[in-house]
Design a protein around this ligand. Structure first.
Ligand code: APR
Ligand code: PHB
Length: 390
């Protein structure tokens, strides 16, 4: 039977980054991914990195193109009630954020994995995990019609929200916390210059809007929509028109429209499972938690999990100590809950929540307070740039 030290399920950012950090310490891994490399690299995701995530990508040796192509943002803008409030992240929290598409990062990680020569199985069918409550876990999958098996020391469940790892844990051993929001995000990607130098988050009676970007020539815009909206109902023209209605005039002036490269609708949810460790199975990234996209914490949380998990596995193999592995779940969850709270707060502050004008009045009062309170803006900025890792 084939053997490895760590079997990594899922070749998203969490799985590949973990693989890279372990590879650099001489730890053998096999990555099993159910989709093709092309499919994984074509997915359009968020594009905002905390400094801690950027530092980790450097540590993993995958930051070369990021350093060449990144945009650095020292602030953001909040639009509400006809006003535009700049939040100076650098001045308030002492840090900046980095704009670099997750799609690009996924390609960089895929290239690094291929260059490392470590085993990666794309299009692995019917992945199953076994005996993770024993000292000899196993992983099974189907490849070219043949059933295969791998023995390992540990299984890293980096297989996203719909993966097999979390689903393989007996129901009595795991607790789920969930909140589903009654709206979605309709995203549009286009090769047009961004309407402003920084991101604009808009609270509007008609619903939330976000102006983001991937580069100086590629923009990513989002509109709050209903969960039952269908992409086919949103022509490009309707999207641009609705976006303009939700933005203040001084920003609409900078809006350049163009044909969409991609349009999709994503539901919004908060989801956390506890614990993140089950014997020799460890969950990381979207397999363990989902945040609503407001504030772009999803990828950054995945990176924070992987940072802790990689350090714990490295300690296990170099010092023969399981101390950090023991601590992984509690330490990761502490930061996960902090980011869950922030993402929930930012979502609740900026979206149209219901038909009741009372909710909207409360939001406007809070935004008005933020505009006048440095303490309020510091709280936003500290969370937005990313809380400390430890
Ligand atoms: N077997 C093997 N692979 C699987 C299985 C399975 N049964 N189920 C899912 N996968 C793969 C998916 O195809 C996907 O490529 O696991 C990978 C999980 O990757 P992501 O969903 O990108 O999750 P993660 O790596 O945790 O990244 C978190 O990505 O989803 C965004 O918002 C999220 O930005 C965050 C970041
Ligand atoms: C994105 O660019 O996709 C993005 C940026 C910031 C967010 C959410 C999404 O808060």
């Amino acid at each position: 039977m084939q053997r490895t030290q760590v079997a990594i399920i899922g070749a998203g950012p969490a799985g590949l980054l973990l693989g890279q950090l372990l590879h650099r310490q001489g730890i053998d891994t096999v990555v099993l991914e159910k989709h093709s490399r092309g499919y994984v690299e074509a997915r359009i995701r968020a594009g905002l990195l905390e400094q801690g995530t950027v530092d980790l990508l450097h540590e993993a040796g995958v930051a070369e193109r990021l350093e060449r192509e990144k945009l650095v943002h020292a602030g953001l803008e909040l639009a509400f009630a006809g006003r535009l409030l700049r939040v100076d992240l650098q001045e308030l929290a002492g840090e900046v954020v980095t704009i670099y598409g997750q799609t690009e990062l996924q390609k960089d990680l895929g290239d690094a994995r291929a260059a490392s020569g470590a085993a990666t199985v794309y299009e692995a069918g019917q992945v199953t995990i076994h005996d993770f409550d024993s000292s000899r876990p196993r992983v099974g999958w189907t490849q070219d019609g043949v059933r295969r098996e791998l023995e390992c020391d540990f299984i890293a469940g980096c297989d996203g929200f719909h993966g097999v790892c979390r689903a393989s844990v007996p129901a009595g051993a795991i607790r789920q916390h969930e909140r589903v929001y009654p709206f979605g995000w309709l995203g549009l990607l286009a090769d047009v210059p961004p309407l402003a130098d920084e991101l604009v988050y808009a609270n509007h009676e008609r619903g939330f809007a976000l102006c983001s970007m991937r580069s100086r020539s590629r923009s990513r815009y989002y509109l709050q929509c209903t969960p039952t909206d269908r992409v086919e109902e949103w022509s490009d023209a309707r999207f641009w028109e609705e976006l303009a209605r939700r933005l203040p005039p001084e920003r609409v002036r900078g809006l350049v429209t163009g044909p969409s490269l991609e349009k999709s609708i994503a539901p919004l949810r908060s989801f956390v499972v506890e614990p993140l460790r089950f014997g020799r199975l460890f969950l990381a990234g979207d397999a363990a938690h989902i945040v609503p996209p407001t504030g772009a914490k999803g990828l950054n949380l995945a990176a924070a999990d992987v940072r802790l998990l990689s350090r714990a596995l490295i300690e296990y193999y170099s010092d023969n100590s399981g101390a950090l592995l023991e601590e992984y779940s509690a330490r990761a969850l502490r930061r996960v809950w902090q980011a869950t709270r922030f993402s929930w707060w930012f979502t609740t502050l900026m979206h149209r929540l219901d038909e009741d004008p009372f909710s909207h009045k409360l939001q406007l009062a809070e935004l008005d307070w933020l505009a006048g309170s440095r303490a309020g803006r510091v709280a936003l900025a500290e969370n937005y740039v990313g809380l400390p890792f430890d």
